[in-house]
Design a protein around this ligand. Sequence first.
Ligand SMILES: [Zn+2]
Length: 131
Amino acid sequence: MTIEELKNKLKYSFSPYSHVQVACCAIEENGKEYWGVNTENAAFPSGLCAERSALFGSVAYGARVGNFKEIHIISNLSKLLYPCGACAQVISQFLKLDGDVYLYSFDLKQQKHYKMKDILPFAVASKDIVD
Ligand SMILES: [Zn+2]
């Protein structure tokens, strides 16, 4: 994945309501890349963020939940757009514990790198839902 490829994916976003385009590339430990864009819907709650689009879609292509090493997120905004709470939770289960989260503003003037645990320190894990 290159930043230009990531930026280029923004054009596939379906965001006629918010006009906020988001693109994401999630990369498995083996280097395999999975892409997603936000896809809005006239029934608003039915839309889906770029991050969950990429990650949920990856499962049908053989990706293993918990086997991702990094995720890259860009938007068409001039500031960084952090993953929403729902996506942060999902990312936490797809990424390895020390997984990397990279954020980019559209003009690339702002770029941040986080560890997943910094994005959502109290994520719910599989071990948390058994007594
Ligand atoms: Zn989200």
